[in-house]
Write a protein that binds this ligand. Structure first.
Ligand code: F6P
Length: 359
């Protein structure tokens, strides 16, 4: 008799810890006597069943320390369920029907979807159409309200910390202001945590609109105290009090962030006369080996997803709350961003160690 099966796919931007999730899924499924079918390149794999793969111990051996995803991923294609911020698109009925047929032909009882907010919106639409789904939240941005933490964030924040550590060298040797632009979309978590850990002097986040004159003053204050150099971490979604975020439309109808670091660097030079350089960390903060925390969280999320499938809790999403891995309905999880509270303890701690937020 053939074994019962779970399906799994990774969707949206790659993220450190995805492979740890896949390993967790396969090993936990084996414990329950289930097979796992992996669909390639996100939801698109549901339309290309020939490329799917039976994931067993051979495929997942040694993958937990590897960044990215062995299944591939995409944030484009037939299943895009979100366009601009807060705007929902409907996955076409024929695409959902094709997916249902492919999953049924493959003998899949439930599909584990590992992805961010957009992917959870798609999973919800599949679930509402009667396809059993379990969600596993993923994003380096750490901005989902339904979970206190997502895997990938720790690795990304560590990459920022490492970059800030390195920028101190040139900042002090050349007495320059060094600007570092980091990811995070609408949330400042990566900038805040990486910046505090690295000892940045100014951190600009989307949640606290900034003023160029106040940043310049913070840079001048260091100079006046005879300290060389300043490090300014700029979240890609940061914006001046009287200006806009730097957003660029993409072909898929979404928006990309980028460019605020250069603007801030220019304005610092204009106001202080100080030599300033900008580094854009970009995808360096999404690549490489996941940290211990992300491997463990990924493993716990993968195992929990299988347990939820075995319990028949379809339509739920794994969630991290109070140091426990639990579950919430996907329907309650989508479209709810968790932003940095400007008056929260973390921002206050940063202020207390003399970090300026440009406000
Ligand atoms: O959401 C994760 C993230 O890395 C954001 O921080 C960033 O704005 C975006 O994805 C970049 O996406 P892409 O790899 O498609 O350029």
């Amino acid at each position: 008799m053939t074994k019962q099966r779970l399906g799994v796919l990774t969707s949206g931007g790659d993220c450190p810890g995805l492979n740890a999730v896949l390993r967790g899924v396969v090993l936990a499924a084996e414990k329950h006597g289930l097979e796992v079918v992996g669909f390639r390149d996100g939801f698109e794999g549901l339309l290309a069943p020939a490329s799917s793969v039976l994931l067993d111990r051979t495929q997942i051996a040694g993958i937990a320390p590897r960044g990215g995803t062995i299944l591939g991923t995409t944030n484009r294609g037939h299943f895009v369920a979100k366009v601009g911020a807060g705007e929902k698109a409907v996955v076409p009925a024929d695409v959902i029907e094709n997916s249902r047929r492919v999953l049924s032909d493959a003998g899949v009882l439930a599909l584990i979807v590992v992805g961010g907010d957009g992917s959870m919106t798609t999973a919800l639409q599949l679930q509402q159409a009667g396809i059993n789904c379990i969600g596993v939240p993923k994003t380096i941005d750490n901005d989902l309200e339904a979970t206190a933490m997502t895997f990938g964030f720790d690795s990304a924040a560590n990459a920022v910390m490492d970059a800030v550590d390195r920028l101190h060298t040139t900042a002090t040797s050349h007495n320059r202001a060094m600007v570092l632009e980091v990811m995070g979309r609408h949330a400042g978590w990566i900038a805040l945590h990486g910046g505090v850990a690295g000892g940045a002097h100014v951190i600009l986040i989307p949640e606290i609109p900034f003023d160029y004159d106040i940043i310049a003053e913070a840079v001048r204050r260091r100079e006046a105290r005879g300290v060389h150099g300043a490090i300014v971490v700029v979240a890609e979604g940061a914006r001046p009090r009287d200006g806009q975020q730097m957003l660029h439309p993409t072909v898929s109808g979404e928006f990309r962030f980028g460019g605020m670091g250069e603007v801030v660097a220019r304005e610092i030079t204009a106001r202080t006369g100080k030599e300033t350089r900008c580094t854009i960390l970009g995808h360096l903060q999404r690549g490489g080996a996941p940290t211990l925390l992300d491997r463990i969280l990924g493993t716990r999320f993968g195992v929990k997803a299988v347990n939820l499938a075995v319990e028949g809790k379809f339509g739920s999403m794994v969630s991290y709350q109070n140091y426990q891995v639990r579950d919430v309905p996907i329907a309650d999880a989508v479209n709810r961003l968790r932003l940095v509270p400007p008056d929260g303890e973390m921002v206050q701690t940063a202020r207390d160690v003399e970090i300026c937020f440009g406000d």
